[in-house]
Ligand binder design. Structure first.
Ligand SMILES: O=C(O)Cc1cc(O)ccc1O
Ligand SMILES: [Fe+2]
Length: 453
């Protein structure tokens, strides 16, 4: 153990004394130390680091990337990562897939799944990741994987990092505690966290079994969308993003380090915790965000705006305005538009849309099939829109101001077509009749009635 007494968080010690502790801002140059004076001042790489620590740089972008997208952090740690590096053996990938992956061919139909139950078997967060779709090519740093996780146990002396993509985690049931190299992040349903590629972590389940969604982003790091004419405020505000203060484990116990690299899983035995970063500074770090702090902007007179107004985070591609992935939410808000069909319109989108529901009812699907914990896929240029129940209700609704409350749906929207995994294609939660929901709409056309009824 280190000289510092263990905190209430067991092996973790923190400079703040309050755990977990966070720093506010998005993409800041943060600096934090769990022991006083652990962070070298005015230089990155002194001849000898305080407390006998090793200095290590973690680069999230090319060294020469422009400043606005240049990401790196300096970590002052008990052992550099090369010391965690043993003889790696290939490990089973279970149900986690990486693009390109074509396991099955699905008809060009809309797809939807009910909630995948949390099994009673022992599953850590990493073991419980089940790929639903993959898109693009991880090796080309383009596209994404959309996954579910179902977890029943905390990770004990097991550590993981993902070299293929950053992980945006959307809890749907149960809180999660991420013990990362950079510090501790706690999240619960209604919040998200993002773990950049290359960051080691372990996940505890402080509230028992947990379920949720993950966007594994192979492309440009998630960033805040431009606000354009909206101006300097609303949508997701920088100050509401929270990055953990430094916290470290000085723990010499046998364990395993698992690495996802090039779509494969590699494991090595380790005799200590690699979560041993005592101080760090930089702008490449994990963060959390409470989606309830999102300030939606929308049409306040008529019409239904494109869902891009609800973008929380965007992973840009090389083509301006065409996202590698957008993370979009549909959260509590007022609907006020006059003489307007207020739910989403019928549409075909060249981007592909994977959706999940954290809680409540989604306004395009009031017929009951889109359930919390469930998922849907409206792939590249496949037609979709409100189900018959939502269409008929919204067509006849009195258009007074109406508040959507207690609802949180989201979309991972990517420029690439999504391939469905075998797990998703064969899971009993797949709703076999969903593809035909459009057929239930009635023909209302009457050439004698030009006025809207
Ligand atoms: O298809 C969906 O449900 C997502 C969506 C919502 C919306 O308000 C407009 C377009 C869109 O793709
Ligand atoms: Fe859509």
């Amino acid at each position: 153990m280190s000289a510092q007494a263990p905190s209430a968080y067991g092996q973790f010690a923190s400079g703040t004394g309050i755990m977990p502790g966070y720093m506010s801002g998005f993409g800041n140059g943060f600096e934090t130390e769990a022991l006083p004076g652990a962070l070298p001042i005015g230089r990155n790489s002194p001849q000898k680091c305080p407390y006998g620590l090793y200095a290590e740089q973690l680069s999230g972008s090319a060294f020469t990337a422009p400043r606005t997208v240049n990401e790196r952090s300096w970590l002052y740690r008990i052992r550099p990562t090369v010391m965690h590096w043993g003889a790696f053996k290939k490990a089973a990938s279970d149900l986690w897939r990486t693009a390109p992956s074509q396991e099955v061919e699905m008809p060009i139909a809309p797809l939807r799944w009910g909630p995948v139950p949390i099994p009673s078997m022992s599953l850590s967060f990493v073991e419980g990741i089940r790929t639903m779709t993959t898109a693009g090519d991880a090796g080309a740093q383009a596209g994404m994987g959309a996954h579910l996780y179902v977890a029943t146990r905390s990770m004990q002396d097991e550590y993981f990092y993902n070299a293929d993509g950053e992980m945006l985690v959307v809890p749907q049931e149960g809180p999660l505690r991420f013990r990362t190299e950079f510090g501790i992040i706690g999240v619960e349903p209604g919040e998200i966290c993002v773990i950049p590629r290359g960051v080691k972590f372990a996940v505890d389940l402080p509230g028992g079994p947990a379920r949720g969604y993950i966007c594994e982003n192979y492309g440009g790091a998630f960033t805040l969308p431009e606000r354009g004419p909206i101006g300097a405020n609303c949508l997701a505000n920088q100050r509401d993003f929270l990055t953990p203060v430094a916290a470290y484990e000085d723990r010499d116990e046998a364990g395993t380090l698992l690495v996802k690299w090039g779509g494969s899983f590699w494991a090595t035995a380790i005799d200590h915790s690699p979560l041993d970063v005592v101080a760090w500074h930089g702008n490449y770090a994990p963060y959390k965000y409470d989606l309830r702090k999102f300030s939606p902007v929308g049409p306040i007179l008529f019409d239904h705006a494109d869902p891009s107004i609800f973008t929380v985070l965007t992973s840009p591609s090389e083509t301006p305005g065409t996202a590698n992935v957008d993370f979009v939410i549909f959260s509590d808000r007022w609907l006020v538009a006059e003489n307007t069909f207020r739910p989403p319109w019928y549409h075909l989108n060249v981007m592909s849309e994977f959706m999940g529901l954290v809680c409540g009812v989604y306004d395009a699907k009031t017929g009951g099939g889109f359930q919390p914990g469930g998922a849907s896929l409206h792939n590249t240029l496949l037609p979709h829109g409100p189900d018959v129940d939502a269409f008929e209700k919204a067509s006849d609704a009195e258009l007074k101001p109406h508040k959507l409350e207690g609802t949180l749906a989201f979309m991972f929207e990517t420029r690439f077509p999504q391939k469905v995994s075998r797990f998703a294609a064969e899971h009993p939660a797949l709703q076999k009749d969903y593809g035909a929901y459009g057929r239930k709409l009635r023909k209302n056309f009457d050439p004698r009635l030009p006025e809207a009824r």
